[in-house]
Design a protein. Structure first.
Length: 95
């Protein structure tokens, strides 16, 4: 999962490009978006799209402290369902 990207596109341009109906009035540029940070994602529900913020990480369902996800930033997509601790269902979503 480890990686980084930039998000510098103005929120109104994102809204138009993804046909988002509900979005914040501003989204500050981030030139170093990394695991463990809050990230913007497009969510579709009831045929309506909106921009929401999510925590970028993998938090196992058994975790008592969400900070354990900070240690799992290098989980591989190819083996995430096979190797512990990620083989246990998590409260995460793929983006």
């Amino acid at each position: 999962m480890c990686g980084r990207y930039t998000l510098r596109t103005p929120v109104d341009v994102l809204a138009e490009g993804f046909e988002i109906e509900d979005y914040p009035s501003s989204l500050p540029p981030n030139y170093n978006v990394a695991p463990t940070q809050e990230v913007a994602a497009v969510v579709e529900k009831d045929e309506k799209r909106k921009l929401e913020m999510f925590h970028w990480g993998l938090i196992p369902s058994w975790a008592k402290d969400p900070a354990i996800g900070n240690k799992m930033i290098n989980a591989r997509a190819e083996t995430v369902a096979e190797k512990p601790p990620s083989a246990v269902p998590s409260r995460s979503v793929g983006v």
